[in-house]
Design a protein around this ligand. Structure first.
Ligand code: BES
Ligand code: MN
Ligand code: ZN
Length: 525
């Protein structure tokens, strides 16, 4: 998807004192589809609302005819597609279609809520997709009192357009398959504004574009098969970003991991023929003295469960067990493209969880980098075992906040389904900021508990802790396990087991929570 912006000459002000574009310049846009919103109020007047009336004149009565036919209801997210008629070209109309999108009854003061806007944006993008339309021009009305809201809307539109047109295999020639030929013809989205709003819209579009780049990368990494997307592939992909951006990427050798005492992480890796990787990505956008935000992503490139082998059904989906890592790589790419003026560090422990003669047994005790010992009662609870060492490792950055992202527990899928990611934290700022970023990006989180009472379930008779806490509150005890390694900095844990990918017929990575994380970082600067 390609995004661009264009500033139109403005005519004057409309009745609510908003800048109005010259309708002639709107319809003269050479586009497959011009998109305009209209509210019920624009119809309720005996005549059409002022912009609609001018539009009707420019389109030789097409709008009035649509109204007469009952096609213009103004209902929120309703779509009325006008196609070029013979008399359009005489009037200098170059748009091949005009799509009138119902805005419902937005309050004049507050405008549309982001939720309502998302609904109509999704419906509109659906109309544009999969047919003959290749390009569209999306008119962004004057902000009025709602500059902040409109900026969020534009950013979200770009995000949704990117989401809708994503196809796996387009960016990896080696992965090309027949369906890839059916790419969406809709590939160009132009945002048109008046001068007063042009700068803000340009910025929002750039932000959306950077977000989509990061999301696409996260989706590709998630969707790639586990024989391609190995720990080494993840490391090479991260390193490859150094050519495109100013990101700095560093890998730890296995010797270094051993010397650091990452016994927990290495115990998961030891069952696999594929070597583990520990990836450190830096975006140095702030002063060297500024404390960084650190993102830690679970990178199990395939989770068989190890000796505590998983059942066979849908086991292929365990290729998605590196979606935390993918979201970190994607967010780091977005951060670099955005040129965020802050320091962000992405840290990824990555390996496979395989059964073999060298694999960890249930009952084994390992020593983590923190010095705490862990009795591994179930080798399928491996995510926490690789994350705990990474969480100790990042202490050295003296972070202002650490967020880990992991497809950690099936229990989180049972608790929250595919709607919200689970959010665990004791830090009121992190909780509030992540919640807000989730709302702004439609990539929402739901707060889960983390109280000390749950720690009881991790007791071991033979080590400092067990790696499982039984079936009750499984996602909470997993978070409680991680908490024991994060006492030195403000920390939040996101369990994305239910949100990172879709199963069934629509199987595929969602790119979540890249939108959440990018919006979080944007709000921090
Ligand atoms: N990667 C899985 C979690 C998972 C399972 C995510 C299904 C999405 C769908 C994780 O490594 C795991 O296996 N967790 C176990 C923990 C249990 C053994 C305490 C689980 O959730 O069953
Ligand atoms: Mn597992
Ligand atoms: Zn796992």
């Amino acid at each position: 998807m390609q995004f661009s912006t264009k500033t139109l000459p403005q005519a004057d002000f409309d009745s609510v004192k908003q800048v109005k574009p010259a309708v002639a310049s709107l319809v003269a846009l050479a586009t497959d589809c011009l998109i305009l919103g209209y509210s019920k109020a624009d119809l309720n007047k005996k005549t059409l609302g002022s912009l609609m009336l001018e539009l009707d004149a420019a389109l030789g009565g097409s709008v009035a005819r649509a109204k007469l036919a009952g096609d213009l209801s103004g209902k929120e997210a309703s779509q009325c597609l006008l196609r070029a008629e013979a008399n359009w070209s005489k009037a200098g109309v170059k748009a091949k279609r005009v799509l009138l999108v119902g805005l419902g009854d937005p309050s004049p003061k507050e405008g549309l809520s982001l939720q309502s806007y998302a609904k109509l944006a999704k419906a509109t993008l659906k109309t544009l997709s999969g047919g003959a339309i290749e390009s569209a021009a999306w008119f962004v009305p004057s902000f009025g009192a709602n500059a902040d809201a409109v900026v969020k809307q534009v950013r979200l539109t770009a995000q949704l357009a990117g989401e809708q047109t994503y196809r796996f295999g387009v960016r990896q020639p080696a992965m090309k398959f027949k369906a890839v030929e059916h790419v969406d013809p809709f590939q160009e989205l132009l945002f048109v504004t008046c001068k007063d709003t042009a700068k803000a819209v340009q910025l929002a579009v750039q932000q959306g574009e950077a977000l989509v780049e990061g999301m696409n990368l996260a989706k590709d990494l998630g969707n790639l098969p586990p024989n391609v997307c190995t720990p080494t592939y993840l490391a090479k992909t991260a390193q490859g970003l150094m050519k495109k951006t100013k990101l700095k990427v560093e890998l730890l050798t296995k010797k270094q991991m051993e010397a650091l005492g990452m016994g927990s992480f290495l115990s998961v890796a030891q069952g696999s023929e594929t070597p583990p990787q520990f990836i450190i990505m830096r975006h140095n956008g702030g002063k060297a003295s500024e404390a960084p935000t650190v993102l830690v992503g679970k990178g199990i490139t395939f989770d068989t469960g190890g000796i505590s082998l998983k059942p066979g059904e849908a086991m292929d989906e365990m290729k998605y067990d590196m979606c935390g890592a993918a979201s970190v790589v994607g967010t780091m790419l977005s951060a670099a493209l955005l040129g965020l003026k802050q320091n962000v560090i992405g840290v990824i422990p990555t390996c496979e969880n395989m059964p073999s003669g060298k694999a960890t047994r249930p009952g084994d005790i390992v020593k983590s980098m923190s010095g705490q010992t862990i009795e591994i009662l179930n080798t399928d609870a491996e995510g926490r075992l690789i994350l705990c060492d990474a969480l100790t490792y990042v202490e050295r950055f003296k972070p202002k906040a650490v967020i880990d992202i992991a497809t950690l527990t099936g229990a989180c899928v049972i608790a929250l389904g595919a709607v919200h990611s689970g959010m665990f934290s004791d830090d009121s700022h992190l909780l509030a900021d992540l919640t807000q970023a989730g709302h702004d990006s439609l990539d929402t989180v739901w707060r889960m508990p983390l109280d000390a009472a749950y720690q009881e379930q991790l007791k071991s008779n033979f080590a400092d802790m067990a790696n499982i806490g039984g079936r009750p509150a499984g996602s909470v005890t997993a978070a409680c396990f991680l908490k024991r390694f994060t006492e030195k900095y403000p920390w939040a844990h996101l369990d994305i087991a239910g949100t990172a990918w879709k199963g069934g017929a629509a199987k595929g990575s969602t790119g979540r929570p890249v939108p959440l994380l990018v919006n979080y970082l944007l709000a921090q600067s």
